[in-house]
Design a protein around this ligand. Structure first.
Ligand SMILES: CC(C)(COP(=O)(O)OP(=O)(O)OC[C@H]1O[C@@H](n2cnc3c(N)ncnc32)[C@H](O)[C@@H]1OP(=O)(O)O)[C@@H](O)C(=O)NCCC(=O)NCCS
Length: 240
């Protein structure tokens, strides 16, 4: 995808965007969270409109627009010089302008997006999840390995929040690595270790297409209005 110039509209103004602590401690990553009220005056790029299509529900249109509005703001924050569409790949993955890595998520009234120059950050994933009491043991066991499962259940007061953090972190990791390697993988290939300071995880992922390689990522976590937001990033390019 090239960096198509367009004058469809201006990036969202800073004052319109909610101030939330970024889950990314990496200063090269631009993080944006938007809600419905931030969409006033925002228009999808015509090519984004085309990628979304007409035969979609109002909710889907709203979610897609939230994500693209946040993406445009993040691109502007890193100094991307033109308004460029973020299109969709065959597996629904976002297609960023050449030289850019990024990721999108939406939940409830919120959309989040991150972007960085690929020379600074080789891969990025972001996810937002509502903190809700739906995490039964059976559900947790579907995405947690035995160590992770023990960590989630070891503090009954924090159980739900830990479950959401872990699930969301794995979704962020998937988004970051899928775009990098176009490999689909399940929850059990990623092992997450909570950091002592409680700010996130370190992750090691054994991608199925690679017999020996383990990918190490950082995952940061923040919270906002009953939601958990996670961000995963690779610090160094993969050697293969
Ligand atoms: C692809 C997936 C991560 C999307 O998450 P979701 O809960 O449906 O929705 P979110 O709001 O968080 O994210 C949606 C955004 O993710 C992005 N996305 C979708 N598919 C993607 C992919 N294959 N790679 C990267 N990003 C993708 C898109 O930008 C999408 O928004 P858009 O359609 O408006 O552009 C999820 O549906 C999925 O399939 N997960 C299973 C794979 C997995 O997590 N494995 C575990 C690895 S440890």
């Amino acid at each position: 995808m090239g960096s198509t110039a367009s004058s469809v509209n201006e990036p969202l103004q800073d004052s319109n965007v909610l101030k939330v602590v970024s889950p990314f401690s990496n200063p090269s990553v631009a993080f944006t969270l938007v809600s419905a009220k931030d969409l006033d005056g925002f228009q999808l790029h015509p090519l984004e409109q085309e990628a979304l299509g007409d035969a979609v529900s109002l909710k889907r249109r709203h979610d897609f627009t939230l994500g693209r509005a946040a993406a445009r703001k993040s691109l502007s924050q890193i100094g991307f010089p033109v308004v460029s569409p973020v299109l969709r790949g065959e597996q629904r993955e976002p297609l960023w302008p050449v030289g850019i890595v990024g990721s999108i998520s939406h939940s409830g009234p919120y959309g989040v997006a991150v972007a960085a120059w690929q020379q600074d950050v080789p891969a990025l994933g972001v996810d937002i999840q509502k903190i809700e009491e739906r995490y039964t043991d059976e559900l947790i066991a579907r995405f947690a390995d035995p160590d992770e499962f023990d960590w989630v259940l070891s503090d009954p007061e924090k159980r739900t929040e830990r479950a959401v953090r872990l699930f969301s972190a794995k979704e962020s990791i998937f988004k970051a690595l899928y775009v990098l390697r176009r490999v689909w993988f399940a929850f059990d290939v990623a092992h997450l270790t909570p950091k002592d300071c409680g700010t996130g995880f370190t992750a090691s992922v054994r991608l199925p297409a690679l017999s020996s390689g383990v990918v190490n990522l950082e995952v940061g976590v923040s919270s906002f209005d009953g939601y958990i937001i996670t961000g995963a990033w690779l610090s160094k390019p993969l050697p293969w």
